[in-house]
Design a binder for this molecule. Structure first.
Ligand code: ATP
Ligand code: MG
Length: 467
């Protein structure tokens, strides 16, 4: 009988796993036409773990054209690679795609999902053999039960990421698998099998040939996972020296002052962990990505900013601006999208900005950083503080609490913090004799300054009296 690694009730008795109706429908339709078909890969792993799969993949000995003939709506996702997407109505009566891929043996991979050339095969085992890890190389159908050629189920129980077959061969075929190993370890809270990790270290330089987009996708998933501290394992295995050498710099940077117990790199990992333990659930995917990348980068400028005083204590004045510069260049290198680059850069730049806690200062900061981005600083700074020494911890946390209270008050009262909240507009000024142009912009900013200081000033009469 299949045992569950987690508590979710997906085992329906003797060896039966619950697949969604549509997946069973696809499998049964293919079987009805005389083909073999199975749910395969990540979805089988996730069902066994009681996790909700991201997507459902089906593998079959039917060729793409034969798959297309059996279903009314299909998309030619990657016919060359054997993949057809079958579109079906789900329980919510929305169209949803299911990837159906012909059993295949892969050539070299050139992007996240598609190897350069593939050979179709009629043998399920050969298809499972091309997959990266044992836990990702299981197939399942109601008719055949679980097909587990490489003891993936055993590795799920042992909580181990282990390459299918010879790890040197597997990582030589596609070096991205090195990062996938750490990413799955981080998402599932698993360890990496020793031989698999040795091969990863040995072949780490092959990662230089992998596209930035593929590297970034894995790094993002790892950072946003429940175990971002896996990044530290990647450092000790030599992997960050290839994909994120800036982090290795941080690991070499001792802080030697009262505020810190750890080097910059370890401090960063601890801050990521604080965020993973105490928050994260309440954030959407975008917000979580902004926060985790901002924590990763917040002190990247410290090695460059470091000075040592006559007592041997180290200082990092101005590090936030340097961190911002480095963060931007790393994010560009990793081909992150512009929204992420802009938001994370702002968070990194302002992470250490701590003015007197007054409502006016909170409004000014919201104006400078952007009201939407500003609130993301709170979890970042709390994580930063809790990853430092105990020195003045109570005071530091009390400051954050007070700033959050002021922020709640300012937002609740709907205080103006941007030009568009101002009670007068450019046209009002033009009506009163201003000409369109830079001077008008300057005047509006001046009026906003008054309002940031005192929201009571935000009336048309008062502001017009000031021009
Ligand atoms: P996720 O939860 O991120 O979707 P997944 O395991 O489903 O994880 P996918 O990238 O969706 O990963 O790939 C689906 C399956 O295809 C994997 O489970 C694995 O069997 C196989 N696979 C994907 N990428 C590779 C690769 N680079 N090398 C070998 N097999 C791969
Ligand atoms: Mg998947």
């Amino acid at each position: 009988m299949l045992r569950q690694a987690c508590e979710a009730p997906c085992d329906m008795g003797e060896g039966l796993l619950t697949l969604p109706k549509n997946v069973n429908y696809i499998i049964e339709t293919l079987q009805g036409a005389g083909f073999d078909a199975y749910a395969v890969g990540g979805c089988v792993r996730d069902v066994l773990l009681g996790r909700k799969p991201n997507d459902w993949d089906v593998t079959t000995d039917a060729r793409p054209m034969q798959v297309k003939e059996l279903f009314r709506r299909t998309i030619d996702t990657g016919i060359k690679h054997g993949t057809v997407t079958v579109m079906l109505n789900d329980e919510k009566h929305e169209y949803r795609g299911y990837e159906v891929t012909t059993y295949r043996i892969d050539g070299e991979y050139e992007d996240a999902r598609h190897p350069k050339d593939v050979t179709f095969t009629d043998n399920l085992k050969e298809d499972l053999e091309r997959r990266d890890f044992t836990i990702n190389a299981m197939a399942y159908s109601e008719k055949a039960g679980l097909v587990d050629e490489f003891d993936g189920k055993g590795d799920l129980d042992r909580r181990i990421i282990r390459a299918v077959g010879d790890p040197y061969e597997r990582f030589s075929e596609d070096a991205l698998r090195i990062l996938r190993a750490y990413r799955f370890a981080a998402q599932l809270g698993f360890g990496i099998d020793a031989a698999t990790e040795q091969a990863a270290t040995k072949l780490k330089d092959n990662l230089r040939r992998i596209s930035a987009e593929r590297i970034q996708a894995e790094l993002t998933k790892l950072l946003c996972s429940p175990h971002p501290d896996v990044l530290l394992d990647m450092h000790y295995a030599g992997i960050t020296s290839v994909i994120l050498p800036e982090f290795d710099e941080c690991m070499r940077c001792q802080q030697k002052n009262k505020h810190h117990l750890y080097n910059v790199g370890e401090h960063t990992i601890r801050a990521l962990m604080v965020n993973a333990e105490f928050s994260g659930v309440e954030f959407g995917a975008d917000t979580l990505r902004y926060i985790r990348y901002a924590i990763l980068f917040h002190d990247f400028g410290k090695p460059e900013a470091m000075t040592e005083d006559e007592n041997g204590a180290r200082h990092f004045k101005g590090h936030a601006v340097i961190s911002e510069r480095i963060a931007k260049s790393v994010m560009k290198r990793l081909k992150l999208d512009n929204d992420t680059i802009d938001t994370v850069a702002a968070l990194v730049r302002w992470h250490d900005h701590r003015p007197e806690p007054t409502e006016a200062n909170v409004r000014r900061a919201m104006n400078k950083i952007g009201p939407g981005v500003y609130r993301l600083l709170f979890p970042i700074r709390i994580a930063d503080t809790l990853a430092q020494s105990m020195y003045k911890r109570e005071e530091k946390l009390a400051y954050e609490k007070e700033i959050m209270r002021l922020y709640a008050k300012v937002t609740e009262e709907g205080d103006a913090v941007t030009l568009k909240d101002l009670a007068v507009t450019g046209s009002d000024l033009i009506e009163h004799g201003y000409k369109p142009g830079p001077e008008l912009g300057e005047k509006l900013k001046e009026l906003l300054e008054l309002v940031l200081e005192d929201p009571g000033c935000n009336t048309k009469e008062y502001l017009l009296s000031k021009i």
